[in-house]
Design a binder for this molecule. Structure first.
Ligand code: GLU
Length: 524
């Protein structure tokens, strides 16, 4: 039988990066074994706007290139793939369990159940539901139904079963539970809507899922799911419960709720700062709207899918004890569940950045130009469609940046190549330009060595030769002039090589900016 794995997200409006890692593992196992990967939407809690809630999830899969063989948009033989459209199937499965005496109608009110729970708590024993309704005669049940008495339907756990409920989890190993200690799970609410545990079993069973690869937090749901699989006569899938992803340097599950704390996490902080620097320019809000818990953050800030996939694959899985850089093909080829570690894995921004550096160095120039062009266009710095001159300019800037371009959004840090006005890094301006002697030196260099140069002579080689000649003659370090020139013509203390920067800014504009900077320095 060929492998069938699935990922079953609830549509929450964003794709959690840790959830993406779990989805990747399910996808990888399907691809490694030549099986099928199914995307199924757990939307039993009906959403008002499913497109809005699901869009970012499907986008995340598309961006990373993780295709699904069955699911939304592509369909498949075992659909529908939205739980909200599978009510009849749940109803039929529930009726079957009722008819076979494997489920029952529970007429206890929520207040009664609550009191049972409190009593258990008080006596410090685990809560197991009290099966009062099982004592009702068929006639009493009929009367209650005729009177329209609200009730839920519970699965009847075979508590007297002699052997344990057990699985051999691919990650956790052998896990077993005592059926006698399990509460009967509600499978249908009083309004007739199914609950997660039940809908999942019906879906996994009917879709012939062979491997349930999911987040560790669902391990506690597994015993009742196993029993329901048995009760419904489905073949039991294999299970692999994947430990959760934690925040950097933490043991707590990475969560959108803790975003405020992450802003002070030394390793995480930079990612938030980057969001606050970049997203406003792209019209995407701030780190409040998009943050590193969400997959979309990485896409919008200009990470490469290759880098994110590499980082996700290494979150709790390893090929061996040394290989870090891996293409998706390599991971597919080598992925097995027995190499998934039992401990939770911490998101590591530095490592992700290292992966990004590596994969960025493999991207052809043309591709970088297109993607940087997208960012510049979104920021309103170039027109849409890209004119040939703008394209050439982006190519020149990207070339000058070289390995300094790590994220596609880094192109926004050199926006001074794409607009007239520049923003000064005031602190460095004060330190590098507006200090004793420097404005005079810069003014002299500009008038004696830069102004005489024609546009044709305005090349990186020539500019470098002029600067070296001048600093030698003056007996000053070339670094002093380099810093002053860079800050005067770009406003910033870092960027591409200063001679490349001067060429990119151009002769006229460079001289204008130097004049303006000298005025600013003298007035400060
Ligand atoms: N909708 C569930 C979740 O997002 C799916 C759990 C499962 O895979 O069984 O956690």
């Amino acid at each position: 039988m060929s492998t069938r794995t699935r990922f079953a997200p609830s549509p929450t409006g964003y794709m959690h990066i840790g959830g993406m890692r779990t989805a990747l593992f399910a996808w990888l196992w399907a691809r490694h074994t030549g099986g099928a990967f199914i995307l199924r939407i757990d939307d039993t809690d009906r959403q008002r706007n499913i497109d809005e809630a699901l869009g970012p999830i499907l986008n995340a899969f598309r961006w990373l290139g993780l295709n699904w063989d069955e699911g939304p948009e592509v369909g498949g033989a075992d659909g529908p793939y939205f739980q909200s459209q599978r009510s009849d199937l749940y109803r039929a499965a529930c009726d079957r369990l009722l008819a076979e005496g494997k489920a029952y109608r529970d007429f206890d009110s929520p207040e009664v159940v609550q009191a049972d729970r409190q009593a258990a708590e008080k006596e410090k024993r685990p809560y197991i539901n009290v099966r009062r309704s099982l004592d009702l005669t068929p006639q009493q049940v009929e009367e209650h139904l005729a009177a329209g008495r609200p009730h839920v339907i519970r699965f009847l756990v075979p508590r007297d079963r002699s052997e344990k409920v057990a699985i051999d989890d691919a990650v956790r190993g052998h896990v077993e539970w005592d059926a006698a200690l399990l509460s009967d799970p509600v499978i249908m609410r009083s309004d007739g809507s199914p609950l997660y545990n039940f809908a999942t079993v019906v879906d996994d069973g009917q879709m012939r899922i062979t491997h349930v690869i999911r987040a560790e937090e669902h391990l506690s749901n597994t015993p009742v799911q196993v029993l329901m699989h048995e009760a419904l006569g489905y073949e039991l899938p294999a299970f692999a419960h994947i430990p959760f992803v934690t925040a950097p340097g933490s043991t707590k599950k990475l969560s959108k709720r803790d975003v405020d704390k992450y802003k002070n996490n030394p390793q995480f902080k930079r990612m938030f700062e980057r969001a606050d620097a970049v997203f406003p320019q792209l019209g995407l809000g701030t780190s409040e709207t998009l943050n590193p818990v969400m997959v979309e953050y990485y896409e919008r800030i200009g990470y490469l899918p290759q880098a994110v996939l590499n980082a996700l694959a290494r979150l709790g899985w390893s090929l061996d004890d040394k290989t870090e850089i891996m293409s998706l093909d390599t991971v597919i080829e080598n992925f097995t569940l027995d190499r998934v570690v039992k401990n939770c894995a911490g998101l590591d921004p530095d490592k992700l950045f290292a992966f990004q550096s590596h994969w960025m160095s493999e991207v052809p120039l043309d591709e970088k130009v297109v993607r940087c062009g997208d960012h510049l266009r979104t920021a309103g710095l170039v027109h849409d469609p890209l004119e040939p001159a703008a394209r050439e300019r982006i190519t020149a800037v990207v070339t000058a940046l070289g390995d300094r371009l790590k994220l596609y959004s880094d192109i926004l840090d050199v926006d001074y190549f794409f607009k007239d006005e520049i923003v000064y890094d005031e602190k460095n301006f004060a330190k590098r330009v507006a200090k004793d002697g420097t404005p005079e030196l810069l003014a002299e260099f500009a008038s004696s060595h830069l102004e005489p140069l024609s546009t044709a002579d305005w090349t990186a080689e020539r500019l470098e030769a002029e600067l070296n000649a001048f600093s030698e003659a003056k007996g000053v370090s070339s670094g002093l002039l380099i810093h002053a020139l860079r800050l005067s013509t770009t406003g910033q203390a870092v960027g591409p090589g200063v001679y490349d920067a001067l060429v990119l800014v151009g002769r006229e504009k460079s001289l204008e900016r130097i004049t303006a900077a000298l005025m600013k320095a003298r007035n400060s």
